[in-house]
Design a protein around this ligand. Sequence first.
Ligand code: KG4
Ligand code: ZN
Length: 357
Amino acid sequence: MSKKPLILGIESSCDETAAAIISENEQGLPIVLSNIISSQVDVHKEFGGVVPELAARSHLEKIDWIVDRAIKDSQINIQNIDAIASTAGPGLIVCLSVGLSFGKTLASTLNKPFIAVNHLEGHALSPKLNSNLNYPYLLLLISGGHSQFLNVKNLGDYKRLGTTIDDALGEAFDKTAKLLGIEFPGGPQIEILAKKGDPKKFDLPKPIFNKGGCNLSFAGLKTAVLRISKNIKTDQDKFDLAASFQNTIEEILYKKTKIAFREFEKINGINQKKFVVAGGVAANKNIRNMLIKLCEEESYEYIFPPLELCGDNAAMIAMVGLEKFKLQKFDKLDHPAKPRWPLDEDALFLKGAGVEL
Ligand code: KG4
Ligand code: ZN
């Protein structure tokens, strides 16, 4: 029996310090041996958002301990690790630098290969941690910083089919939550409040609903929520606004995903109907159920990461590390931290008012 690869993943791009060890089973499918995540929610709560300087300081305080625990929990010997994969971007540069430097130092000390990972590629590959998923597939990446449809052709080979022209979906959830007086990060709370409300109570705008292909826009929604939130008097009004927001998002995603299906089929034909949803917002069960329904209508196979791997974690970073390790794709120790690092480097920058759609 040949030795299975052991990969250490490290993540510190935003407000989660995380480390994980993954390997493979006899069938060549990934297995997570440990997955440690330390969230900084309490550090940033009183500021209503992530404060980069505090985030970086907290990563520095915890990174040794988190990596140590990931190694101990996996019950492996550190010398047996085959490669070290750290997130190198996109993200907050002061935060990225912590996990990146730690990973490089460890790789150098242990004399092991180093792999610089794109955080978005981590999300893109996260469903591989619990399913036998082959390329190509259509990816809807919905997180706090990104909202995109991508044709995932192969490892490292992405074509963006659509993107948000303003706010990311997670950002829209968090901003709506803030307007409703919910503590940061409020996105997950919207889903809970929405259950008690009337989804048809408020008529919210659906920006670029009938144009712009599968591009997305959420900024107009936030403005509408701001206007309505000023007249909110009762808890029931709050529930109704949360439900109307959640419902509007579902209608937007339903329509835009359908358009993305057609774009994906133009490239890959109709025999590769695979749809993956990843990123923090993929944990929203209403969105999941709506997208599952759409996939059933359209005969698409659907693959979601497990709920605990939708948000930021290091198992997904190790997953990219594992695929790159198998191809012997390593990076030099001077690889920079990259605050901006799109998966499709050729895609046009589509942001702001006046964007031509
Ligand atoms: O992927 P992620 O953990 O971090 C980034 O890479 O951005 O995504 C975090 C985002 C936050 O905006 C959070 O509010 C949102 O995902 N989120 C949700 C839910 N769980 C997390 N949004 C809506 N419903 C949820 N259940
Ligand atoms: Zn993320």
